[in-house]
Ligand binder design. Structure first.
Ligand code: SAH
Length: 212
């Protein structure tokens, strides 16, 4: 199977598994996942699996990316904060669907590589920051949407504070082995939480990484 055929087959798998939003499916079709992973895994890039991206981190399974993106209920005009840039793939998907993406990563090396990919792909609506996602991005708050792609044990307070009114936050929450994607909706100063899907994510770690 060629890489193009594998990509189409993946989109069909996602559709069968219940991802029906055509905007999300076409974003997944447009963004070349092979540009975000080490060459060693090129053969497996369009399998519905998570893959390593360096520094012990992983790019999520396409189904989980599509599911969380759908859960975010993103709009064309949204300003979105992502925590955990990693490879940059999720940010690139979000960038197809909204006005601007702000993304924070604690590893400088991963962030640099992701920035190179955004440039190479002409994604000019992604803004990056090397920092600790537990602090969010106060200078740019409020955000209409927030997506967290590493798992904290509890929803970080700073992120709730930076969520705009009627904003939506989607995050994998919980200790290793018992995480679930939750969606939190802010209505005035109330936060309404739903539990959506059991998942396995790398932990959200406090502070900037000491390693490059
Ligand atoms: N969205 C990424 C997923 C990467 S895995 C992608 O599409 O590839 C999760 C990422 O979150 C890792 O790169 C990890 O370094 C980062 N991370 C973990 N804790 C963090 C924190 N406190 N602040 C910022 N990034 C964090």
């Amino acid at each position: 199977m060629s890489i193009e055929e594998a990509r189409i087959a993946l989109i069909m798998t996602l559709r069968r598994e219940g991802i029906t939003d055509t905007r999300i499916l076409s974003a997944l079709e447009r963004v070349p996942r092979e540009a975000f992973i080490p060459d060693a895994f090129r053969e497996r890039v369009y399998e519905n699996i998570a893959l390593p991206i360096g520094q012990g981190q992983t790019i999520s399974q396409p189904y989980v990316i599509a599911f969380m993106t759908a859960a975010l209920e993103i709009g064309e005009r949204s300003k979105v904060l992502e925590i955990g840039t990693g490879s940059g793939y999720q940010a690139a998907i979000l960038a197809q669907l909204c006005r601007r993406v702000y993304t924070v990563e604690r590893y400088r090396s991963l962030l640099r590589e992701a920035e190179g990919r955004f440039q190479a792909l002409g994604l000019h609506n992604v803004t990056t920051r090397h920092g600790d996602g537990y602090a969010g991005w106060p200078e740019q708050a409020p955000f209409e949407r927030i997506m967290v792609t590493a798992a904290p044990e509890r929803v970080p307070e700073a992120l709730l504070a930076q969520l705009g009114d009627h904003g939506v936050l989607v995050a994998p929450i919980g200790p290793h082995g018992r995480q679930e994607v939750v969606r939190i909706r802010r209505v005035d100063d109330e936060f309404v939480q739903e539990t959506l899907l059991p998942v396995r994510f790398v932990p959200m770690v406090e502070g900037i990484a000491k390693a490059e």
